[in-house]
Structure formats: structure tokens, C-alpha cells
Design a protein around this ligand. Structure first.
Ligand SMILES: [Zn+2]
Ligand SMILES: [Zn+2]
Length: 113
């Protein structure tokens, strides 16, 4: 194989690797889909936003406040919910307990779940 052949081979290998990666991204199971949520209960927006550079958290498409956070998943039942510690950090709700209790099963949800 000459030099051009080797380069062509590398390019093809990269293209194949790239399309496998893209395929996995497109057809990944529902467990890898992370919805975002508005942290305000009176809004209750859920959906997906494109995270762009700028102030964090991003603006809620529904109520317009800077309140879109990524929920964590309960290990026990799979329910997705925002962590109280994040809500406290960004909203200044002082009455929010730091302990996050799952709304579905009552178990504790911790960061990184
Ligand atoms: Zn909202
Ligand atoms: Zn749960």
C-alpha cells in the first residue's frame, strides 16, 4: 500500500468511527435523554433547551426567568427531579431544604445520580 492509500484508509476509518458515534447519539435509549426543567413550581416547564454560552442557568422558554436546570434521576425509581441544592443555589429560596426527597418514592436523590 502506498502513502496515499494509507491516508485514504485512515480517512475512511475516521468516517466510519464518526458515523457509528453519530448513530449512537441519534438512537441512544431514552435513559440517556436528559430533559431540562424550570425550577419554579408555578411554571413547571419541562423540555429541552440548547445550552449556549451565556449566563447560567438559561432562560425558561415559558416564564422567561433564568431557571432552567438539569434534573437528577432517582436511583430507586428513575423519577427525574431537580436537586434542592441547585434550586437553592440559583433561586435563593431559603426555605428549600438541602435534602432532595423523591416526589415519587420518597427516597433520597443525590448529586451525580
Ligand atoms: Zn419557567
Ligand atoms: Zn424515586
Amino acid at each position: 500500500m502506498n502513502k496515499n492509500g494509507i491516508i485514504l484508509g485512515v480517512v475512511i476509518a475516521l468516517l466510519v468511527a464518526g458515523s457509528v458515534f453519530a448513530y449512537q447519539q441519534l438512537f441512544a435509549g431514552p435513559q440517556s435523554v436528559h430533559e431540562h426543567m424550570c425550577m419554579y413550581d408555578d411554571c413547571g416547564w419541562k423540555g429541552r433547551v440548547t445550552m449556549v454560552k451565556g449566563p447560567y442557568p438559561p432562560k425558561c422558554p415559558d416564564c422567561g426567568r433564568q431557571s432552567v436546570l438539569t434534573p437528577s434521576t432517582c436511583k430507586q425509581c428513575g423519577h427525574q427531579q431537580l436537586l434542592n441544592e441547585e434550586i437553592r443555589n440559583f433561586s435563593g429560596f431559603e426555605g428549600t431544604p438541602s435534602y432532595t426527597k423523591c416526589h415519587e418514592c420518597g427516597g433520597r436523590i443525590v448529586h451525580g445520580d
